[in-house]
Design a protein around this ligand. Structure first.
Ligand SMILES: Cc1cc2nc3c(=O)[nH]c(=O)nc-3n(C[C@H](O)[C@H](O)[C@H](O)COP(=O)(O)OP(=O)(O)OC[C@H]3O[C@@H](n4cnc5c(N)ncnc54)[C@H](O)[C@@H]3O)c2cc1C
Length: 326
């Protein structure tokens, strides 16, 4: 029988080693992937963590007030703490790489990156999270980065003293409004639904801003206007009615997130929303492939939940590898 590789800790701090067979490849450097990395390292699995970035959606979050142990922490600070903790362990970390495919190559799993690097591993954890959903209206694509934004935390400071619209009245939209109240002159909120779908604590903060925020509930966006930069948006009541033009210089699109499961399409079972289907041990439809966090069908998308699922996925991967003993 071949020696159990995961009893041999790899050297610290190496990047992606092509041609090397890892015990475990973790795709994604958000709360789920980073926590999985710590748990895998503590089981002395020969692990690679490969990701486009470190932090994931926490980098887009200004205030986190519901991660236990911190009454308040900014998303960037929390991501930095996660990074520091995972880097204290001897696992390979490759940042700036996008995994574009995942499949089988003999008994092992083979992952390929957009830069055509090949990763081989005995087990895999997919922790690729979610990304912003586009509105798909005329003008949106053309004006991205020129007034159209999907990240209020990143871009709100650019709209000091300006008028802006936030599209979406869920938690992400409400969070964007709370950020923008402090910066912009006037904030319009547009949503096809008849009212807020955000946490009451956020809605209360918005109500306290008074007339600075004007909501158009039950309205849809028809188009975004502007030549070189956003100059306004045109909305109309859902189901028809008179169009209204809002003269804004910024549009923040906060209408939900799409799971980053493209790499798993055709290989792992996905639900109708495109989320990877997992059981309570983070096992997917393919033995040896586990998934954790926002990319899965686990309800509620939160940092603490993603981190917990990442821990579970790593422990399940360890149990799987022990069972394989090859
Ligand atoms: C604006 C906003 C505010 C939020 N506020 C809160 C809050 O206050 N409290 C809270 O608990 N939660 C909050 N959340 C939700 C929370 O951020 C997520 O639930 C959490 O980050 C999910 O972690 P994850 O690791 O599953 O995914 P993500 O954080 O999305 O991380 C996914 C990682 O995978 C990488 N990746 C994706 N695809 C690939 C690929 N193909 N190849 C390589 N790498 C890839 C990404 O670069 C990223 O590093 C907020 C989210 C947003 C957007």
């Amino acid at each position: 029988m071949e020696e159990l590789k995961f009893l041999v800790a790899p050297e610290t701090g190496k990047g992606l080693r092509e041609g090397h067979l890892y015990d475990l490849a973790i795709v994604g450097g958000g709360p789920a992937g980073l926590t999985a990395g710590v748990y895998a390292a503590r089981k002395k699995l020969d692990t690679l963590l490969v990701s486009r970035d470190i932090g994931g959606q926490t980098l887009l979050t200004s205030d986190i007030e519901n991660y236990m142990g911190y009454h308040y922490i900014s998303g960037k600070e929390l991501a930095a703490k996660f990074e520091e903790q995972v880097k204290a362990y001897p696992i390979d970390i490759a940042v700036g790489e996008e995994v574009v495919s995942l499949g089988k190559g003999g008994e092992d799993f083979v992952l390929t990156t957009a830069t055509r690097k090949e990763i081989r591993a005995r087990a895999v954890i997919v922790a690729t999270g979610k990304r912003s959903r586009p509105l798909n209206v005329p003008g949106e694509r053309e004006l991205v980065g020129r007034g159209v934004s999907y990240c209020a935390v990143c871009d709100a400071p650019l709209f000091s003293g300006k008028d802006v619209a936030v599209i979406g009245a869920g938690n992400s939209g409400a969070t964007a409004v709370v950020d923008l109240i402090k910066i912009a002159d006037r904030v319009y909120v547009v949503d096809i639904m008849p009212g807020w779908r955000a946490d009451p604590v956020l809605v209360e903060r918005i109500a306290a801003a008074g007339a600075k925020v004007k909501a158009y509930f039950g309205h849809e966006v028809v188009r975004i206007e502007g030549r070189d930069r956003v100059e306004g948006i045109v909305i109309r009541p859902r189901g028809g009615g008179e169009e209204v033009r809002l003269p804004v210089q910024g549009v923040f699109i906060e209408i939900g997130l799409i799971p980053n499961s493209d790499l798993a399409k055709g290989f792992l079972a996905l639900n109708e929303a495109g989320e990877i289907v997992v059981d309570c041990r983070c096992r997917t439809s393919v033995p040896g492939v586990f998934a954790a966090g926002d990319v899965t069908d686990v309800p509620e998308k939160q940092v603490i939940i993603a981190a917990g699922e990442g821990a579970k996925a790593a422990l399940s991967a360890y149990a799987y590898l022990i069972g394989q003993r090859r």
